[in-house]
Design a protein around this ligand. Structure first.
Ligand code: G6Q
Length: 545
Protein backbone atom coordinates (compact mmCIF):
# COMPACT_ATOMS: atom_id res chain seq x y z
CA UNK A 1 0.00 0.00 0.00
CA UNK A 2 1.39 3.43 -0.93
CA UNK A 3 1.67 6.06 1.77
CA UNK A 4 -1.35 8.40 1.77
CA UNK A 5 0.78 11.37 0.79
CA UNK A 6 1.81 9.51 -2.37
CA UNK A 7 -1.76 9.00 -3.54
CA UNK A 8 -2.94 11.27 -6.38
CA UNK A 9 -6.09 12.10 -4.41
CA UNK A 10 -3.98 13.41 -1.53
CA UNK A 11 -2.23 15.85 -3.89
CA UNK A 12 -5.53 16.85 -5.42
CA UNK A 13 -6.89 17.53 -1.93
CA UNK A 14 -3.84 19.65 -1.07
CA UNK A 15 -4.38 21.79 -4.15
CA UNK A 16 -8.09 21.94 -3.49
CA UNK A 17 -7.48 23.05 0.12
CA UNK A 18 -5.26 25.88 -1.14
CA UNK A 19 -7.71 27.03 -3.77
CA UNK A 20 -10.67 27.00 -1.36
CA UNK A 21 -8.84 28.39 1.68
CA UNK A 22 -10.69 31.70 1.49
CA UNK A 23 -14.16 30.19 1.25
CA UNK A 24 -16.44 30.94 4.16
CA UNK A 25 -19.18 28.57 5.31
CA UNK A 26 -21.60 31.49 5.29
CA UNK A 27 -21.10 31.89 1.58
CA UNK A 28 -21.37 28.16 0.97
CA UNK A 29 -24.74 28.14 2.71
CA UNK A 30 -25.90 31.32 0.99
CA UNK A 31 -25.08 30.01 -2.47
CA UNK A 32 -26.47 26.51 -2.05
CA UNK A 33 -30.01 26.17 -0.70
CA UNK A 34 -29.65 22.36 -0.82
CA UNK A 35 -26.52 22.26 1.27
CA UNK A 36 -28.16 20.55 4.24
CA UNK A 37 -29.75 17.87 2.02
CA UNK A 38 -26.47 17.33 0.23
CA UNK A 39 -24.42 17.01 3.38
CA UNK A 40 -26.59 15.19 5.86
CA UNK A 41 -27.49 11.53 6.23
CA UNK A 42 -29.96 9.56 8.31
CA UNK A 43 -29.54 6.17 9.82
CA UNK A 44 -32.43 4.75 11.85
CA UNK A 45 -33.08 7.36 14.56
CA UNK A 46 -29.85 9.20 13.95
CA UNK A 47 -29.42 12.33 11.86
CA UNK A 48 -25.87 13.31 10.98
CA UNK A 49 -25.58 16.86 9.69
CA UNK A 50 -22.13 17.60 8.30
CA UNK A 51 -23.16 20.61 6.23
CA UNK A 52 -21.30 22.87 8.66
CA UNK A 53 -18.02 21.23 7.67
CA UNK A 54 -15.81 23.26 5.35
CA UNK A 55 -16.43 21.14 2.29
CA UNK A 56 -17.94 21.46 -1.15
CA UNK A 57 -19.20 18.71 -3.43
CA UNK A 58 -15.75 18.65 -4.98
CA UNK A 59 -14.11 18.18 -1.57
CA UNK A 60 -16.48 15.34 -0.81
CA UNK A 61 -15.74 13.61 -4.12
CA UNK A 62 -12.00 14.00 -3.65
CA UNK A 63 -12.22 12.53 -0.15
CA UNK A 64 -14.18 9.55 -1.44
CA UNK A 65 -11.55 9.11 -4.12
CA UNK A 66 -8.87 9.16 -1.42
CA UNK A 67 -10.70 6.35 0.36
CA UNK A 68 -10.86 4.32 -2.84
CA UNK A 69 -7.18 4.91 -3.62
CA UNK A 70 -6.31 3.87 -0.05
CA UNK A 71 -8.19 0.62 -0.85
CA UNK A 72 -10.64 1.14 1.98
CA UNK A 73 -13.29 -1.34 0.72
CA UNK A 74 -10.70 -4.14 0.75
CA UNK A 75 -9.53 -3.12 4.22
CA UNK A 76 -13.11 -3.27 5.52
CA UNK A 77 -13.43 -6.79 4.16
CA UNK A 78 -10.13 -7.79 5.80
CA UNK A 79 -11.38 -6.43 9.12
CA UNK A 80 -14.63 -8.39 9.01
CA UNK A 81 -12.93 -11.50 7.62
CA UNK A 82 -10.85 -11.74 10.79
CA UNK A 83 -7.50 -11.20 9.10
CA UNK A 84 -4.62 -10.40 11.44
CA UNK A 85 -4.73 -6.71 10.70
CA UNK A 86 -3.21 -5.94 14.12
CA UNK A 87 0.09 -7.03 12.64
CA UNK A 88 2.36 -5.95 15.52
CA UNK A 89 0.47 -8.22 17.90
CA UNK A 90 -0.36 -10.76 15.20
CA UNK A 91 -4.12 -10.63 15.94
CA UNK A 92 -7.38 -9.89 14.22
CA UNK A 93 -9.58 -7.09 15.58
CA UNK A 94 -12.95 -8.79 15.79
CA UNK A 95 -15.05 -6.90 18.31
CA UNK A 96 -17.83 -7.15 15.71
CA UNK A 97 -18.09 -10.88 16.52
CA UNK A 98 -19.14 -9.99 20.08
CA UNK A 99 -22.23 -8.28 18.73
CA UNK A 100 -22.81 -10.46 15.70
CA UNK A 101 -26.53 -11.00 16.11
CA UNK A 102 -26.86 -12.84 12.82
CA UNK A 103 -26.36 -16.55 12.19
CA UNK A 104 -23.22 -15.77 10.16
CA UNK A 105 -20.13 -17.64 11.38
CA UNK A 106 -17.04 -15.55 12.08
CA UNK A 107 -13.78 -17.37 11.55
CA UNK A 108 -10.47 -16.98 13.31
CA UNK A 109 -7.90 -19.46 12.00
CA UNK A 110 -10.74 -21.32 10.26
CA UNK A 111 -12.59 -21.77 13.57
CA UNK A 112 -16.02 -20.22 14.03
CA UNK A 113 -15.77 -18.11 17.20
CA UNK A 114 -19.52 -17.55 17.47
CA UNK A 115 -20.38 -20.65 19.57
CA UNK A 116 -17.91 -19.49 22.24
CA UNK A 117 -19.14 -15.90 22.05
CA UNK A 118 -22.73 -17.04 22.52
CA UNK A 119 -21.68 -19.39 25.31
CA UNK A 120 -20.13 -16.57 27.34
CA UNK A 121 -23.14 -14.33 26.68
CA UNK A 122 -25.35 -17.09 28.03
CA UNK A 123 -23.11 -17.52 31.10
CA UNK A 124 -23.30 -13.75 31.67
CA UNK A 125 -27.08 -13.80 31.27
CA UNK A 126 -27.53 -16.56 33.85
CA UNK A 127 -25.25 -14.82 36.31
CA UNK A 128 -26.77 -11.37 35.78
CA UNK A 129 -30.24 -12.81 36.26
CA UNK A 130 -29.22 -14.40 39.55
CA UNK A 131 -27.72 -11.18 40.87
CA UNK A 132 -30.68 -9.09 39.74
CA UNK A 133 -33.28 -11.48 41.15
CA UNK A 134 -31.50 -11.85 44.48
CA UNK A 135 -30.88 -15.57 43.89
CA UNK A 136 -27.15 -14.87 44.07
CA UNK A 137 -26.44 -13.83 47.62
CA UNK A 138 -23.38 -12.68 49.49
CA UNK A 139 -21.60 -14.81 52.08
CA UNK A 140 -24.08 -13.91 54.81
CA UNK A 141 -27.09 -14.63 52.62
CA UNK A 142 -28.05 -11.08 51.70
CA UNK A 143 -28.79 -10.07 48.08
CA UNK A 144 -26.27 -7.96 46.17
CA UNK A 145 -26.99 -4.23 46.21
CA UNK A 146 -23.69 -2.78 44.98
CA UNK A 147 -21.52 -3.96 42.11
CA UNK A 148 -17.97 -2.60 41.90
CA UNK A 149 -16.16 -3.00 38.60
CA UNK A 150 -12.43 -3.00 39.31
CA UNK A 151 -10.60 -2.27 36.06
CA UNK A 152 -8.80 0.50 34.24
CA UNK A 153 -8.55 1.87 30.68
CA UNK A 154 -10.46 -0.35 28.30
CA UNK A 155 -11.69 -2.45 31.23
CA UNK A 156 -13.29 0.58 32.84
CA UNK A 157 -14.21 3.40 30.45
CA UNK A 158 -16.70 1.50 28.29
CA UNK A 159 -18.80 -0.05 31.07
CA UNK A 160 -18.67 3.23 32.99
CA UNK A 161 -19.88 5.19 29.96
CA UNK A 162 -22.72 2.77 29.21
CA UNK A 163 -23.96 2.40 32.80
CA UNK A 164 -24.09 6.17 33.12
CA UNK A 165 -25.61 6.71 29.67
CA UNK A 166 -28.39 4.18 30.19
CA UNK A 167 -29.17 4.95 33.82
CA UNK A 168 -32.91 5.34 33.10
CA UNK A 169 -32.89 1.64 32.13
CA UNK A 170 -30.85 0.53 35.15
CA UNK A 171 -32.13 -1.43 38.14
CA UNK A 172 -32.85 1.20 40.80
CA UNK A 173 -32.10 -1.38 43.52
CA UNK A 174 -28.51 -1.73 42.29
CA UNK A 175 -25.65 0.70 42.49
CA UNK A 176 -22.79 0.23 40.02
CA UNK A 177 -19.44 1.73 41.00
CA UNK A 178 -16.14 1.85 39.14
CA UNK A 179 -12.79 1.55 40.86
CA UNK A 180 -9.94 2.28 38.47
CA UNK A 181 -7.21 4.61 39.73
CA UNK A 182 -4.34 3.42 41.90
CA UNK A 183 -4.80 6.50 44.08
CA UNK A 184 -5.75 5.18 47.51
CA UNK A 185 -8.29 7.96 47.70
CA UNK A 186 -10.30 6.24 44.99
CA UNK A 187 -10.29 2.86 46.78
CA UNK A 188 -11.15 4.50 50.09
CA UNK A 189 -13.96 6.52 48.54
CA UNK A 190 -15.51 3.57 46.70
CA UNK A 191 -15.16 1.06 49.54
CA UNK A 192 -16.54 3.66 51.90
CA UNK A 193 -19.78 3.53 49.94
CA UNK A 194 -20.07 -0.27 50.08
CA UNK A 195 -21.51 -2.72 52.57
CA UNK A 196 -19.31 -5.85 52.50
CA UNK A 197 -22.31 -8.15 52.95
CA UNK A 198 -24.07 -6.86 49.83
CA UNK A 199 -21.21 -5.94 47.49
CA UNK A 200 -20.04 -7.88 44.46
CA UNK A 201 -16.64 -7.10 42.95
CA UNK A 202 -16.00 -7.74 39.27
CA UNK A 203 -12.27 -7.81 38.64
CA UNK A 204 -12.12 -6.87 34.97
CA UNK A 205 -8.73 -7.24 33.38
CA UNK A 206 -7.85 -8.77 30.05
CA UNK A 207 -4.33 -9.62 31.21
CA UNK A 208 -5.02 -9.91 34.96
CA UNK A 209 -1.59 -8.40 35.51
CA UNK A 210 -2.38 -4.68 35.39
CA UNK A 211 -0.76 -3.09 38.44
CA UNK A 212 -3.59 -0.71 39.29
CA UNK A 213 -6.34 -3.31 38.92
CA UNK A 214 -4.55 -6.05 40.81
CA UNK A 215 -3.59 -3.69 43.64
CA UNK A 216 -7.18 -2.46 43.95
CA UNK A 217 -8.49 -6.02 43.81
CA UNK A 218 -6.17 -7.12 46.62
CA UNK A 219 -7.22 -4.10 48.69
CA UNK A 220 -10.89 -4.91 48.10
CA UNK A 221 -10.33 -8.54 49.06
CA UNK A 222 -8.56 -7.54 52.29
CA UNK A 223 -11.38 -5.13 53.07
CA UNK A 224 -13.95 -7.85 52.50
CA UNK A 225 -12.12 -10.46 54.54
CA UNK A 226 -11.57 -8.04 57.40
CA UNK A 227 -15.34 -7.54 57.55
CA UNK A 228 -16.62 -11.06 56.82
CA UNK A 229 -13.79 -12.97 58.42
CA UNK A 230 -13.66 -16.02 56.20
CA UNK A 231 -11.73 -16.88 53.01
CA UNK A 232 -14.86 -18.64 51.68
CA UNK A 233 -16.53 -15.22 51.36
CA UNK A 234 -14.32 -14.43 48.35
CA UNK A 235 -16.18 -16.89 46.14
CA UNK A 236 -19.49 -15.14 46.85
CA UNK A 237 -18.20 -11.60 46.41
CA UNK A 238 -15.59 -11.77 43.62
CA UNK A 239 -15.92 -12.71 39.99
CA UNK A 240 -13.37 -12.17 37.25
CA UNK A 241 -13.47 -11.15 33.61
CA UNK A 242 -10.26 -12.00 31.84
CA UNK A 243 -8.37 -13.92 29.18
CA UNK A 244 -5.90 -15.22 31.79
CA UNK A 245 -7.32 -18.26 33.63
CA UNK A 246 -4.11 -19.04 35.49
CA UNK A 247 -3.80 -15.56 37.01
CA UNK A 248 -7.48 -15.57 37.98
CA UNK A 249 -7.02 -18.86 39.84
CA UNK A 250 -3.83 -17.58 41.48
CA UNK A 251 -5.81 -14.62 42.79
CA UNK A 252 -8.22 -17.03 44.47
CA UNK A 253 -11.26 -16.56 42.27
CA UNK A 254 -13.16 -19.74 41.45
CA UNK A 255 -12.77 -20.45 37.68
CA UNK A 256 -16.51 -21.14 37.73
CA UNK A 257 -16.94 -17.44 38.50
CA UNK A 258 -14.76 -16.36 35.60
CA UNK A 259 -16.04 -14.91 32.35
CA UNK A 260 -13.64 -15.18 29.46
CA UNK A 261 -12.94 -13.21 26.33
CA UNK A 262 -10.28 -13.51 23.68
CA UNK A 263 -7.09 -11.85 22.52
CA UNK A 264 -8.80 -10.65 19.34
CA UNK A 265 -10.81 -8.23 21.50
CA UNK A 266 -8.83 -5.04 22.07
CA UNK A 267 -9.22 -3.49 25.54
CA UNK A 268 -10.80 -0.29 24.26
CA UNK A 269 -13.15 -2.31 22.03
CA UNK A 270 -14.20 -4.70 24.79
CA UNK A 271 -17.38 -3.32 26.37
CA UNK A 272 -19.36 -5.69 24.12
CA UNK A 273 -17.61 -8.70 25.66
CA UNK A 274 -17.72 -10.06 29.22
CA UNK A 275 -16.05 -6.77 30.18
CA UNK A 276 -19.64 -5.52 29.88
CA UNK A 277 -20.79 -7.79 32.74
CA UNK A 278 -21.44 -4.82 35.02
CA UNK A 279 -23.60 -3.34 32.24
CA UNK A 280 -25.61 -6.52 31.89
CA UNK A 281 -26.15 -6.81 35.64
CA UNK A 282 -27.30 -3.20 35.82
CA UNK A 283 -29.52 -3.14 32.72
CA UNK A 284 -30.58 -6.76 32.40
CA UNK A 285 -29.70 -8.98 29.47
CA UNK A 286 -32.53 -7.72 27.24
CA UNK A 287 -31.15 -4.18 27.26
CA UNK A 288 -27.60 -5.45 26.87
CA UNK A 289 -28.71 -7.37 23.78
CA UNK A 290 -30.35 -4.21 22.43
CA UNK A 291 -27.02 -2.42 22.82
CA UNK A 292 -25.36 -5.24 20.86
CA UNK A 293 -28.16 -5.12 18.27
CA UNK A 294 -27.52 -1.43 17.65
CA UNK A 295 -23.80 -1.93 17.22
CA UNK A 296 -24.40 -4.92 14.95
CA UNK A 297 -26.77 -2.91 12.78
CA UNK A 298 -24.10 -0.26 12.37
CA UNK A 299 -21.52 -2.96 11.58
CA UNK A 300 -23.74 -4.13 8.74
CA UNK A 301 -24.23 -0.57 7.55
CA UNK A 302 -20.47 -0.03 7.57
CA UNK A 303 -19.79 -3.25 5.73
CA UNK A 304 -22.40 -2.95 3.02
CA UNK A 305 -23.17 0.74 2.38
CA UNK A 306 -21.51 2.57 -0.52
CA UNK A 307 -18.81 4.96 0.66
CA UNK A 308 -20.76 8.15 -0.08
CA UNK A 309 -23.56 7.14 2.29
CA UNK A 310 -21.48 5.21 4.78
CA UNK A 311 -21.57 7.11 8.06
CA UNK A 312 -18.28 5.95 9.63
CA UNK A 313 -16.56 6.56 6.31
CA UNK A 314 -18.01 10.06 6.01
CA UNK A 315 -17.05 11.05 9.56
CA UNK A 316 -13.58 9.59 9.08
CA UNK A 317 -12.96 11.43 5.82
CA UNK A 318 -14.12 14.70 7.34
CA UNK A 319 -11.61 14.11 10.13
CA UNK A 320 -8.84 13.53 7.58
CA UNK A 321 -9.83 16.68 5.71
CA UNK A 322 -9.83 18.73 8.89
CA UNK A 323 -6.63 17.31 10.32
CA UNK A 324 -4.46 16.91 7.25
CA UNK A 325 -5.66 19.73 5.01
CA UNK A 326 -7.18 22.39 7.28
CA UNK A 327 -4.69 22.04 10.18
CA UNK A 328 -7.45 21.27 12.70
CA UNK A 329 -5.60 18.85 14.97
CA UNK A 330 -8.07 18.98 17.82
CA UNK A 331 -11.42 17.25 17.90
CA UNK A 332 -13.89 18.35 20.52
CA UNK A 333 -16.90 16.24 21.56
CA UNK A 334 -19.71 18.47 22.82
CA UNK A 335 -22.62 16.56 24.30
CA UNK A 336 -25.93 18.21 25.09
CA UNK A 337 -27.01 15.16 27.04
CA UNK A 338 -26.00 14.71 30.66
CA UNK A 339 -26.24 10.95 30.30
CA UNK A 340 -23.28 11.13 27.90
CA UNK A 341 -21.13 12.76 30.55
CA UNK A 342 -18.38 10.18 30.00
CA UNK A 343 -18.48 10.06 26.20
CA UNK A 344 -15.56 12.43 25.63
CA UNK A 345 -13.36 10.43 28.02
CA UNK A 346 -14.35 7.21 26.35
CA UNK A 347 -13.76 8.51 22.82
CA UNK A 348 -10.51 10.08 23.93
CA UNK A 349 -9.11 6.65 24.70
CA UNK A 350 -10.75 4.98 21.71
CA UNK A 351 -9.34 7.51 19.28
CA UNK A 352 -6.05 8.60 20.83
CA UNK A 353 -4.90 5.11 21.78
CA UNK A 354 -5.92 3.77 18.37
CA UNK A 355 -4.60 6.46 16.09
CA UNK A 356 -2.01 8.31 18.17
CA UNK A 357 0.74 6.70 16.10
CA UNK A 358 3.75 7.99 14.20
CA UNK A 359 5.07 4.76 12.67
CA UNK A 360 3.18 3.38 9.69
CA UNK A 361 2.33 -0.22 8.86
CA UNK A 362 5.65 -0.64 7.05
CA UNK A 363 7.68 0.48 10.05
CA UNK A 364 8.49 3.93 8.64
CA UNK A 365 7.92 7.29 10.29
CA UNK A 366 4.89 9.16 8.99
CA UNK A 367 5.33 12.67 7.66
CA UNK A 368 1.70 13.71 8.10
CA UNK A 369 -0.62 14.15 11.07
CA UNK A 370 -2.45 11.12 12.37
CA UNK A 371 -5.04 10.99 15.19
CA UNK A 372 -6.30 14.28 16.59
CA UNK A 373 -6.29 15.41 20.20
CA UNK A 374 -9.74 14.39 21.43
CA UNK A 375 -11.37 16.17 24.31
CA UNK A 376 -14.69 17.67 25.34
CA UNK A 377 -17.54 17.29 27.78
CA UNK A 378 -20.97 18.66 28.54
CA UNK A 379 -21.59 21.31 25.91
CA UNK A 380 -23.89 23.55 27.88
CA UNK A 381 -21.47 23.78 30.80
CA UNK A 382 -18.61 24.28 28.36
CA UNK A 383 -20.32 27.36 26.94
CA UNK A 384 -19.61 29.04 30.27
CA UNK A 385 -16.07 27.75 30.41
CA UNK A 386 -13.93 26.81 27.40
CA UNK A 387 -16.11 27.83 24.42
CA UNK A 388 -14.43 31.25 24.37
CA UNK A 389 -11.42 29.59 22.76
CA UNK A 390 -13.65 27.80 20.28
CA UNK A 391 -15.26 31.04 19.17
CA UNK A 392 -12.36 33.46 19.23
CA UNK A 393 -9.16 31.52 19.97
CA UNK A 394 -6.32 30.90 17.56
CA UNK A 395 -6.52 27.10 17.26
CA UNK A 396 -8.22 25.21 14.49
CA UNK A 397 -10.48 22.38 15.66
CA UNK A 398 -13.42 20.30 14.56
CA UNK A 399 -16.43 19.74 16.79
CA UNK A 400 -19.07 17.05 17.10
CA UNK A 401 -22.31 18.20 18.72
CA UNK A 402 -24.50 15.41 20.08
CA UNK A 403 -28.02 15.83 21.41
CA UNK A 404 -31.26 13.87 21.85
CA UNK A 405 -34.41 15.26 20.22
CA UNK A 406 -36.46 13.91 23.13
CA UNK A 407 -35.56 13.85 26.76
CA UNK A 408 -36.24 11.10 29.26
CA UNK A 409 -36.45 13.76 31.97
CA UNK A 410 -39.04 16.34 30.93
CA UNK A 411 -38.71 19.28 33.31
CA UNK A 412 -40.47 22.46 32.24
CA UNK A 413 -38.74 24.05 29.23
CA UNK A 414 -35.35 22.61 30.06
CA UNK A 415 -35.05 20.39 27.04
CA UNK A 416 -35.98 22.94 24.41
CA UNK A 417 -33.61 25.44 26.01
CA UNK A 418 -30.89 22.80 25.97
CA UNK A 419 -31.49 22.05 22.28
CA UNK A 420 -31.64 25.75 21.42
CA UNK A 421 -28.23 26.19 23.02
CA UNK A 422 -26.80 23.28 21.08
CA UNK A 423 -28.07 24.53 17.72
CA UNK A 424 -27.09 28.13 18.47
CA UNK A 425 -23.52 27.18 19.25
CA UNK A 426 -22.88 25.31 16.02
CA UNK A 427 -24.56 28.14 14.13
CA UNK A 428 -22.41 30.76 15.87
CA UNK A 429 -19.23 28.81 15.18
CA UNK A 430 -20.20 28.56 11.54
CA UNK A 431 -21.47 32.07 10.79
CA UNK A 432 -19.42 34.14 13.19
CA UNK A 433 -20.16 37.86 13.34
CA UNK A 434 -18.72 40.35 10.86
CA UNK A 435 -17.43 43.81 11.77
CA UNK A 436 -20.47 45.36 10.09
CA UNK A 437 -22.86 43.24 12.11
CA UNK A 438 -20.98 43.94 15.30
CA UNK A 439 -20.97 47.69 14.54
CA UNK A 440 -24.72 47.68 13.91
CA UNK A 441 -25.30 45.86 17.18
CA UNK A 442 -23.09 48.19 19.18
CA UNK A 443 -24.68 51.30 17.72
CA UNK A 444 -28.14 49.86 18.44
CA UNK A 445 -26.98 49.67 22.04
CA UNK A 446 -26.20 53.41 21.89
CA UNK A 447 -22.43 53.22 21.46
CA UNK A 448 -20.77 55.48 18.91
CA UNK A 449 -17.59 57.15 17.82
CA UNK A 450 -14.26 56.14 19.35
CA UNK A 451 -15.83 54.07 22.10
CA UNK A 452 -17.62 51.95 19.50
CA UNK A 453 -14.52 51.52 17.32
CA UNK A 454 -12.38 50.59 20.34
CA UNK A 455 -14.73 47.79 21.35
CA UNK A 456 -15.48 46.61 17.83
CA UNK A 457 -12.54 44.18 17.24
CA UNK A 458 -13.46 42.24 20.39
CA UNK A 459 -17.01 41.79 19.18
CA UNK A 460 -16.08 40.21 15.87
CA UNK A 461 -16.26 36.42 15.47
CA UNK A 462 -14.40 34.99 12.47
CA UNK A 463 -16.78 32.01 12.22
CA UNK A 464 -16.03 29.37 9.59
CA UNK A 465 -15.37 26.87 12.40
CA UNK A 466 -16.45 23.43 11.36
CA UNK A 467 -18.70 21.02 13.16
CA UNK A 468 -20.99 18.07 12.67
CA UNK A 469 -24.25 17.65 14.57
CA UNK A 470 -25.51 14.22 15.54
CA UNK A 471 -29.14 14.25 16.64
CA UNK A 472 -30.78 11.07 17.90
CA UNK A 473 -34.40 10.59 18.94
CA UNK A 474 -33.52 9.53 22.47
CA UNK A 475 -30.68 7.65 24.09
CA UNK A 476 -31.87 4.05 23.99
CA UNK A 477 -29.55 1.04 24.33
CA UNK A 478 -29.83 0.47 20.57
CA UNK A 479 -29.02 4.06 19.73
CA UNK A 480 -26.02 4.03 22.04
CA UNK A 481 -24.80 0.84 20.35
CA UNK A 482 -25.12 2.55 16.98
CA UNK A 483 -23.26 5.66 18.14
CA UNK A 484 -20.36 3.76 19.71
CA UNK A 485 -19.89 1.46 16.73
CA UNK A 486 -20.03 4.52 14.49
CA UNK A 487 -17.05 6.07 16.25
CA UNK A 488 -15.18 2.74 16.39
CA UNK A 489 -15.40 2.27 12.65
CA UNK A 490 -14.65 5.92 11.95
CA UNK A 491 -11.37 5.46 13.80
CA UNK A 492 -10.63 2.29 11.85
CA UNK A 493 -11.20 4.07 8.53
CA UNK A 494 -8.84 6.85 9.52
CA UNK A 495 -6.21 4.27 10.46
CA UNK A 496 -6.56 2.76 6.97
CA UNK A 497 -6.14 6.15 5.28
CA UNK A 498 -3.15 7.00 7.48
CA UNK A 499 -1.69 3.53 6.90
CA UNK A 500 -1.23 2.85 10.61
CA UNK A 501 -2.25 0.02 12.93
CA UNK A 502 -5.19 1.28 15.01
CA UNK A 503 -5.27 -1.79 17.23
CA UNK A 504 -1.95 -1.84 19.08
CA UNK A 505 -0.81 0.53 21.87
CA UNK A 506 2.92 0.19 22.37
CA UNK A 507 3.08 3.79 23.52
CA UNK A 508 1.68 2.89 26.94
CA UNK A 509 4.50 0.45 27.75
CA UNK A 510 7.49 2.65 28.57
CA UNK A 511 5.85 4.48 31.46
CA UNK A 512 4.72 1.15 32.96
CA UNK A 513 8.29 -0.18 32.84
CA UNK A 514 9.77 2.94 34.38
CA UNK A 515 7.17 2.81 37.18
CA UNK A 516 8.53 -0.61 38.06
CA UNK A 517 12.04 0.78 38.40
CA UNK A 518 11.02 3.97 40.26
CA UNK A 519 8.80 2.23 42.84
CA UNK A 520 11.68 0.46 44.65
CA UNK A 521 13.64 3.71 44.62
CA UNK A 522 10.75 5.53 46.24
CA UNK A 523 10.43 2.77 48.81
CA UNK A 524 14.16 2.94 49.56
CA UNK A 525 14.92 -0.63 48.51
CA UNK A 526 16.65 -0.05 45.18
CA UNK A 527 20.29 -0.30 44.33
CA UNK A 528 19.90 1.59 41.04
CA UNK A 529 19.08 5.27 40.77
CA UNK A 530 17.36 7.16 37.99
CA UNK A 531 19.92 8.31 35.43
CA UNK A 532 18.54 11.82 35.00
CA UNK A 533 18.86 14.53 37.61
CA UNK A 534 15.21 15.58 37.44
CA UNK A 535 13.71 12.14 38.20
CA UNK A 536 16.48 11.41 40.74
CA UNK A 537 15.86 14.69 42.58
CA UNK A 538 12.10 14.25 42.56
CA UNK A 539 12.52 10.78 44.10
CA UNK A 540 14.90 12.22 46.71
CA UNK A 541 12.48 15.03 47.46
CA UNK A 542 9.59 12.59 48.05
CA UNK A 543 11.76 10.31 50.17
CA UNK A 544 12.98 13.14 52.37
CA UNK A 545 9.42 14.11 53.15
C1 G6Q B 1 -6.96 -0.63 25.72
C2 G6Q B 1 -5.70 -0.63 26.40
C3 G6Q B 1 -5.74 -0.39 27.88
C4 G6Q B 1 -6.19 -1.59 28.72
C5 G6Q B 1 -5.85 -1.31 30.17
C6 G6Q B 1 -6.32 -2.41 31.09
O1 G6Q B 1 -7.11 -0.86 24.54
O2 G6Q B 1 -4.99 -1.76 26.07
O3 G6Q B 1 -6.53 0.71 28.21
O4 G6Q B 1 -7.54 -1.82 28.53
O5 G6Q B 1 -4.47 -1.12 30.31
O6 G6Q B 1 -5.75 -3.62 30.74
P1 G6Q B 1 -6.26 -4.96 31.35
O7 G6Q B 1 -7.65 -5.17 30.92
O8 G6Q B 1 -5.33 -6.03 30.84
O9 G6Q B 1 -6.16 -4.81 32.83
Amino acid sequence: MPKPTELPAWHALQQHAESTAQQHLRTLFATDPDRFQRFSRRYENLLVDFSKQRITSETFELLLELARQAELPAAIEQLFAGQRINHTENRPALHMALRNRSARPILVDDQDVMPEVRGVLEQMRRFADKVRSGAWTGYTGKPIRTVVNIGIGGSDLGPKLVCQALRPYGDPMLEILFLSSIDGAHARHILGRCDPETTLFIVASKTFTTQETMTNAVTAREWLLAALGHEAAVAKHFVAVSTNLRAVQAFGIDPGNMFVFWDWVGGRYSLWSAIGLSIMIYLGYERFYELLDGAHALDEHFRHTPLADNLPVILALLGVWNGNFLAAHSHVILVYDDYLLNLANYLQQLDMESNGKSVDRDGGLVNYSTGPIVWGGLGNNGQHAFYQLLHQGTHQFAADFLAPVHTTDPVGDHHSILLANCLAQSQALMTGRTADEARAELSAQGLKGEALEALLPYKVFAGNRCSSTLLYESLTPRTLGILLALYEHKIFVQGVIWHINSFDQWGVELGKQLTKSILPQLQGRATQVAPDSSTRSLIDYCQQR
